[in-house]
Design a protein around this ligand. Sequence first.
Ligand code: HEC
Ligand code: HEC
Length: 279
Amino acid sequence: MPRSESIPRMHKVFLFGLFNKLVFLATAMSLAAFLSFGALSQADPVGHERQSSYALMSPDTKAMQDDPLLNPATFAVLDGQVLWQEVAGKKNQSCASCHGDATVSMKGVAASFPKVNAAGQLLSLTGQINQCRTERQGTTPFAFESKPLLALSAFVANQSKGMPITVERTPANEAALVSGQRLFNQRMGQLNLSCAQCHAERSGQKLAGNPIPQAHPTAYPIYRLEWQAVGSLERRLRNCLVGVRAEPYAFGSAELLELELFLAWRARAMPLESPGVRP
Ligand code: HEC
Ligand code: HEC
């Protein structure tokens, strides 16, 4: 009887998600209260001992990421592989028509994003894919967080698995990088907390019994157990903004892009794990 089984399961998932959010909020509030007292001294861990959130995960979750047969994001990668060959748009071109074999042409590419293009525009990997859709294929962009956009970005990112992030500070990205750093250090939301207060000063400490990671974007797009779905780094960042009771920046906004750029630069030289699994 699949119907009577599926209802309690959905409730369980919903309640689990709700519980997590409440716990996040309650602990974040006590953290906010705590932080508004004493001075903060711990330095940003960048420069020494940077660590992927992978290191903080349970053996089961690690195994899920490591084994493509267990990793639910493998479906997205396989969908992306099919889409890569699919002809679309007025120009009758597939990604492969121009880029050929992705295992060759896309090797290391995801590790270099976000990136400023020749026109001076800062693009995330998904922004670049959509620009190829509109300008090169002559068709409509994929919606943010849509299945095909996540699938193509998982497929392209997977070609850089194990390769180091190559985002460096350049004259072209300097201004956006500085803005991203400013946003990372700026207190926000009703809880009046900055990203840095959790992810630099408190990383490794516990929030609701879970360790606070350093927030290196090494595994995107991810399959997140709490979402029961594949999602982007932007979706993850919006979760943290909601967590501190801030109005989340819109998908594709300059703020999210600048934060992504800053996080990638902060994680430079760390290996990509895409597609990752996160709790
Ligand atoms: C008609 C040719 C054409 C098609 C079709 C096309 N692209 Fe591109 N793509 C380009 C060109 C040219 C560039 C170089 C950057 C630019 O000027 O946009 C590029 C750049 C890229 C990059 C960044 C490469 C780098 O080294 O920074 C990615 C990723 C990418 N394309 C993905 C895709 C995907 C995914 C599709 C299919 C949805 C696609 N492209 C379809 C021509 C194409
Ligand atoms: C109250 C503390 C707190 C604040 C403030 C906060 N986060 Fe987070 N963030 C977390 C926790 C806890 C997790 C991981 C646990 C989870 O899944 O909720 C996380 C996860 C992340 C991750 C995922 C890392 C990975 O390996 O996938 C990124 C990236 C991130 N945060 C970035 C940010 C940014 C950028 C900001 C500021 C806009 C921010 N966070 C604000 C607590 C916080």
